[in-house]
Write a protein that binds this ligand. Structure first.
Ligand code: ADP
Ligand code: ASP
Ligand code: MG
Length: 432
């Protein structure tokens, strides 16, 4: 008997018929002899709608209250799914994150899980019931307030529970057939990959591939939880995220034929439209100024991604420093920098939200020369201008105009021979 944690994303439980469909699927998995713990996201675009509602009420709501509001989305899903499963003759019990033992720190909107104590989930399993857990939420250890884990955080709830329960696999059900070589919503020729490593998936998630929450992949890697991404709308085999592509032992419920002899060079192309670019101009070119800029931004709690410092214009003693950060952090970063403008002595701050970040990811990059050359040639041939560049051991990223995102992803995808013969299917969701 396998213990499975199965997470259903918002598009899989978007309306009443979808909830009934998921209930049937869950009961079938149990009747096949598995123990199953379910994690649910809010129905459809509920979380975005609740955020819109909050905006209409207050421009800057307290984090505690916003979290209380947003967690209600997942509570609706867990209750209606439990009702649907009970109607199929199997006992189901819904639990909030707090009831399920998801203990976090108290950083509202981006809380981190610090402990998982799933005694009530184990109790339900021992009673033969199916526990249904509200994703994306927990309770703060110190304040006892309700917290959220950040957008897309239900994936992380599922992996954290799978680790705590020592589950055989964490299944992530979504609106596409697995992990593809690019987002099938913007690159229909994307190819589904049967397996991908934690490291590659972490780079893809960090580069904007929201099919999995970055922290869920980090967590899965740390606790060696195999993740199985698949569609709740089809019976296709999906994609396994595992440590080592040659390790067959982690592939639960998947035909284990066809050992992969050599890892493909490229895992995929990701795009991210959620970042903005900030340029600090006229920065005095002396030791310590870059540190002071980045300290101010870090103190404001903003994560920076790419950083570029121009060579100072000869004789001017001044330089420009450009970095990218999440779009919703721009106002905060700008005001933090204005506070230290006098002290650092820079001239001005320019912001630009009209950018895209396009990344090519693959573990084989380490050992194959020519990947960068091919990447930049594809972008140049597409007539797209590159504004910033950054690299890691297994990733190359560029910043382009936002309007060029689709064109760039498709050009790079084709240049690396990733195009599939058919068109990828997107079953649901609004891509919001
Ligand atoms: P859910 O509501 O199930 O959590 P998400 O919208 O968070 O679903 O994630 C699924 C979406 O991720 C897909 O519909 C797809 O548009 C997007 N996506 C981005 N990159 C990829 C990729 N490389 N492979 C598959 N899907 C991707
Ligand atoms: N409902 C939350 C969101 O939309 C969490 C999730 O779906 O994973 O971000
Ligand atoms: Mg998601």
């Amino acid at each position: 008997m396998s213990l499975i944690v199965a997470k259903f994303g918002g598009s899989s439980v978007a309306d009443a018929p979808s909830v009934l469909r998921v209930a049937k699927r869950v009961v079938e998995a149990k009747n096949a002899g598995n123990q199953i713990v379910v994690v649910v996201s809010a129905m459809g675009d509920t979380t975005d709608e609740l955020l819109d509602l909050a905006q209409q009420i207050s421009p800057n709501p307290p984090g505690r209250e916003l979290d209380m509001l947003l967690t209600s989305g997942e509570r609706i899903s867990m209750a209606v799914l439990a009702m649907a499963i009970n109607d199929l003759g199997v006992e189901a019990r819904s639990y909030t994150g707090s009831q399920a033992g998801l203990i976090t720190d108290s950083k509202h909107g981006r809380a981190r899980i610090i402990d998982v104590t799933p005694s009530r989930i184990l109790e339900a399993l021992n009673d033969g019931a199916i526990p249904i857990v509200a994703g994306f939420q927990g309770v703060a250890q110190d304040t006892k307030d309700i917290t959220t884990l950040g957008r897309g955080g239900s994936d992380t709830t599922a992996v954290a529970l799978a680790a705590a329960l020592d589950a055989d696999v964490c299944e992530i059900y979504t609106d596409v057939d697995g992990i593809f070589s690019a987002d099938p919503r913007i690159a229909p020729s994307a190819r589904q990959v049967p397996r991908i490593t934690y490291d590659e998936m972490m780079e893809l998630a960090a580069a904007g591939a929201k099919v999995l929450h970055l922290r869920c992949v980090e967590y899965a890697k740390r606790f060696d939880v195999p993740i199985h991404v698949r569609s709740s709308f089809s019976d296709k085999e999906g994609t396994f995220v595992i440590a080592d592509l040659e390790d067959q032992s982690k592939l639960v419920n998947l035909s284990k034929q066809g050992v992969i002899m050599e890892q493909p060079i490229i895992a995929g192309v990701a795009h991210d439209l959620g970042d903005a670019k900030i340029t600090v101009t006229g920065v005095p070119d002396r030791p310590g100024t870059a540190a002071a800029i980045f300290q101010a931004v870090a103190d404001a709690g903003i994560n920076m991604d790419m950083i570029v410092q121009n060579v100072s214009v000869h004789g001017s003693g001044q330089t420009d420093v450009t970095f990218t950060c999440p779009r919703d952090g721009v106002a905060h970063a700008e005001s933090a920098l204005r506070d230290v403008q006098g002290e650092i002595g820079f001239e001005d701050i320019l912001t630009d939200s009209n950018i895209a970040k396009i990344s090519l990811v693959g573990a084989g990059m380490r050992s194959h020369p020519g990947v960068s050359a091919n990447f930049f040639k594809a972008i140049a041939d597409a007539g797209v201008n590159v504004e910033m560049i950054s690299t890691s051991e297994i990733r190359i990223s560029v910043v382009t105009r936002a309007d060029d995102a689709k064109k760039t992803v498709e050009a790079v995808h084709t240049a690396f021979g990733l195009d599939a013969d058919g068109q990828a299917v997107v079953y649901g969701g609004t891509g919001r």
